[in-house]
Design a protein around this ligand. Structure first.
Ligand SMILES: Nc1ncnc2c1ncn2[C@@H]1O[C@H](COP(=O)(O)OP(=O)(O)OP(=O)(O)O)[C@@H](O)[C@H]1O
Ligand SMILES: [Mg+2]
Length: 172
């Protein structure tokens, strides 16, 4: 179906395991999501929600069907192309914040910018702005272990959005 939606899934399937133990985690699913549209994904435990989000974020590849996100035809991608897609388009938000323990909050938040080739001074300037806007201006030089749970989550959010990704993927 021709569509100008940002996300366009057509009969996508994802199986885990093989033979008798094969599980159809995502079984011929089709939908479209427009840019900026609020979409809620609901279903019982084990129905494939996390699997579907992994496919949209380029963390897993579909077995069959067609999946497009923006200009990227993810269903045609190799793992290297998927990695490039993630780097350019997806911010990852981890349920446990997923910060690197030995790095300061500032270094953690600035890290995704390093892969864009931005100069260090600029990376730290952006990270500072982002952290200040989330009320973490006084915590930038601390390591994650010195922060409260909520502060860690906000730092994780700052890191997820620092590259201004079009898509933010939440990782359990
Ligand atoms: N890596 C894996 N290997 C094998 N089976 C898997 C794997 N990941 C998920 N599954 C199976 O695929 C199905 C869908 O799992 P998924 O995690 O997507 O469900 P979910 O809807 O996110 O569930 P929940 O609400 O409990 O988080 C489940 O039956 C699960 O056991
Ligand atoms: Mg899940």
């Amino acid at each position: 179906m021709a569509t100008n939606a940002y996300i366009d899934a057509n009969n996508i399937e994802k199986h885990y395991g093989s033979g008798e133990n094969s599980i159809a985690a995502v079984d011929s699913v089709s939908f479209q999501i427009r840019m900026g549209e609020l979409t809620v994904l609901m279903g019982p435990s084990g129905s494939g929600k996390s699997t579907l989000l992994s496919l949209l974020g380029g963390l897993e590849t579909v077995d069959s069907g067609r999946l497009r996100v923006g200009n990227a035809i993810l269903s045609d991608f190799t793992s290297l192309a998927s990695a490039k897609f993630r780097r350019a388009n997806v911010g990852f938000l981890f349920q446990d914040a997923g910060l690197l323990d030995r790095m300061s909050i500032m270094e953690n938040v600035a890290l995704p910018l390093a892969y864009t080739g931005m100069a260090k001074k600029l990376r730290y300037m952006q990270a500072r702005k982002s952290l200040e806007s989330l009320g973490l201006g006084q915590r930038m030089d601390h390591v994650p272990g010195q922060l409260s749970g909520g502060e860690r989550q906000r730092a994780g959010l700052a890191r997820a959005i620092i590259t201004k990704p079009k898509l933010i993927s939440s990782i359990p």
